[in-house]
Structure formats: C-alpha cells, structure tokens
Design a protein around this ligand. Sequence first.
Ligand SMILES: Cc1cc2nc3c(=O)[nH]c(=O)nc-3n(C[C@H](O)[C@H](O)[C@H](O)COP(=O)(O)OP(=O)(O)OC[C@H]3O[C@@H](n4cnc5c(N)ncnc54)[C@H](O)[C@@H]3O)c2cc1C
Length: 407
Amino acid sequence: MIALTDSTPPTQLAAAVHAFVEEHLPAAWLAAARADDWVTVTRLREDPDGSSEWWERLGAAGLATPTWPVEYGGLGVSADTAQVVKEALATYDAGRGDVDFISIALAGPTILAHGTPEQKERHLKAIALGKERWCQLFSEPGAGSDLAGLSTRAERQPDGGWLVNGQKVWSSYAHLADFGILMARSDPSLPKHRGITYFLCDMRAPGVEPRPLRQMNGDAEFNEVFLTDVLLPDSARVGEVGAGWAIGIATLMNERSGLSGRPGVGPGRADALLRRAQETGAWESPVVQDDLLALVVRERANQMMTVRAFAESGDAAPTAEGSVRKLANSTLLEDLATYGPEVEPYGGTAWSGELPQVTYDFLDMKKLSIAGGTSEIQRNIIGERLLGLPKDPDPEKDLPFEDRTRS
Ligand SMILES: Cc1cc2nc3c(=O)[nH]c(=O)nc-3n(C[C@H](O)[C@H](O)[C@H](O)COP(=O)(O)OP(=O)(O)OC[C@H]3O[C@@H](n4cnc5c(N)ncnc54)[C@H](O)[C@@H]3O)c2cc1C
C-alpha cells in the first residue's frame, strides 16, 4: 500500500507514483516507455506472463482502484486524487486498460454500493489485483436502448438458486472474463422495470457460452453470450429480487461517466491530429486549419466541462448530467476519427503492413456513439431528466411484461 491521501499536494502525489513505477515496473516495459516505443509497451501489456506481476503490484499498492476503500484494495481517496494517479501511470502506459474498464468502472463500484459483505470480500480485491476480469451481460438482440425490455429469464429453483436462460449480445471481452454482471427477468408477471433481478454470473458455469463477433477493423472485442440452463446460487444475487433495474441504472450511470473523457485540461487527441497535419503538409490549407482549430476548441471545452463536474460534486458522482459529457465526448471523438483521414496522404486508404492508426480509428469510430447508450438515448435522458421535457409516452408501461406487445 502506498501512502497517498487527498491532502498530499498533486506534484508530490505524481512524484510518489512515478517513483513507485520506476521501482516496480518490469525493466523491459520501463525501458520501452522511456524510449517512446509504444508498440513494445502494448505487446508487453498484453502478455500475461510479463504483465500479471505488475498488475498485482499496482493493485496491492492501491493504485489500480484508488477511490475504493482501503479494505477492498483502494486508497480511499477522491476522484480528483485518483486522476493524478491515473495521469502519472499514463506516462508509462502502466494503468489498467480498456479490457478492465468493466471490472474497475462498472462491476467493482456496483458491488461496492450494492453487494453483500461476502461478495465484496470475494471480488473487490481480486479485481484490484488484476486476478478477476468482468464483462457486462445487459444488452440482448431485442433489448439495447430499451434495456428494460430484456427477456433473459431467471427462474427461482426449489433450493433458492436460479436457472438462467437467454441470449446476450455486444458483451465486450466476455470471452476473456471470469464473471459477468447480469440483468435477467425474474418475474414476467410484473411491469417491465419491476421484474428484473441483478446477478454476478460465473462465466465458467456450465451453460455459459461466449461466441466472439469479428468487427470490420479486424478486432473481436464483442461476443454473443448464450446462457443455457445456467444454475446460479442465490448468493450470486445483488440486491433484492426485482430490484435489478435501479441497480442496473446505477451501473449505466457509472459507465456514462467513465466514457466522458479525462478531467484535465491540456493537449489531447485534437492537438495530436493538428501536429500530424503539420507533418503531412495538410496544415497548409486554411480550411484544414479552421476545421482542426474548431476541434481543438471543442476538446478543451469538453475537458473543462468534466473538470467542472468533478469540482462541483467532489467526485463527479454519476448522475444524468454524465449523459451531457458522454454525448459531447463521443460526438467529438467520432468527428476526430472522421477527420483523421483528411490529414493523411491518400486519405489513409492505402498502406503496406499493419493497418495505420488513422484508418483503424476511422473504422472503429461508430462504436463511440453506441456503447454505453446511443447518442439519441443520451439526448432523451438530457431532455427528460435535466430539461424536464415530457417523457416518451408508453401506453403499456404498467402492463405485466408478459402481456406487452413485442416484435
Ligand atoms: C463498443 C460497444 C461495446 C458494448 N459493450 C457492451 C457490453 O459490454 N455489454 C452490454 O450489455 N452491451 C454492450 N454494448 C451494447 C450497447 O449498449 C447497445 O448497442 C446500445 O445500448 C444500443 O442498443 P442496440 O444496439 O440494441 O440498438 P437499438 O436499441 O436497437 O437502437 C437502434 C437505433 O434506434 C435508436 N433508438 C432506439 N430507441 C430510441 C428512442 N427511444 N429514441 C430515439 N432513438 C432511439 C438508437 O439510438 C439507434 O440509433 C456495446 C456496444 C458497443 C458499440
């Protein structure tokens, strides 16, 4: 455990994290980061033989999950302090990556807020130490934006356990996960929001079958997950039977807040694009200059909005306001990825060897305005919950789920 508190001045905080990394990061990783050799760093990060010891050290020091309570593997510090830690680790690309986003930003905080003492004991330290990876089993072929329409069934068994049957989809990294946060319908005779229960699903339980889906950029990050006669003990339930919708919403708000960019003001993706335009000569065009400077201004405004959210709430606690930041950030990142090819020779459409980053980003860009709730859904939330506009009418709102019209 490293001794950092909210009263440690930020420069001292950052220096302590740098000292820790310099002492404990595997030598090859440290050397590659010092040489700006990010290709080697990426390879080392992805090799479990080389990186698992580092993840364990990082977690044991409380640096993987700084905001969590000390007894569960954190430092008990505010999100502001945690951000200083995160940025210091980023200098070496030594923080936990996208593949652990669900574990650290969604599953862990949900278990902390709603889990039983046994669930906290069993899972939180394991997540902090990088020994457990989680996925999110919410979306289904017929339930994405309208998540409350989910139809995966959890039926109570005579021994108190649950029999789960259904299909999930778009489950990021489910093929690598040890556990999944799962929402399932436990009572179809209730209106759709009231009959859902939240579970922690062991991904190695018999009947759980992730099938990877290949994306157009070549990655296979998502899966369909088939759940066939999966038996879960009642100890896998989070919260009361039928209280899963409220817990799921708390998870989703954490997700939106986590997808809203960093709360720090400084050079970002737009600046990198601007530098690239200067290298390729695209910057000579006044039109390109105008477009890129507009993107730089938008990125700074987004950064300031996130800083303000942290400052106002102390810890940027997830609320519907997170939808404003998620929407602004995902549309900006999408526009940046769309603009990338404009500054490249041949528009990033011709290359030899590896797919260039700009082309990868272009092919990957659409996901930003879909994951964590689409941009249209964020606009609905902003309209209804922040601006007080009337809700979309739902004449079947109070009907039992099993009697609703379904396509
Ligand atoms: C990169 C990525 C990672 C993801 N990871 C996960 C994961 O790990 N786990 C998981 O459970 N899910 C995950 N998802 C799924 C994601 O949450 C859903 O794709 C998303 O909620 C949209 O649902 P859908 O795909 O069913 O689209 P639909 O809900 O069918 O929407 C189709 C279109 O209709 C629009 N629309 C729908 N309803 C309304 C409305 N009321 N008002 C206005 N417009 C509307 C939508 O905006 C969209 O444009 C991931 C998705 C992506 C892209």
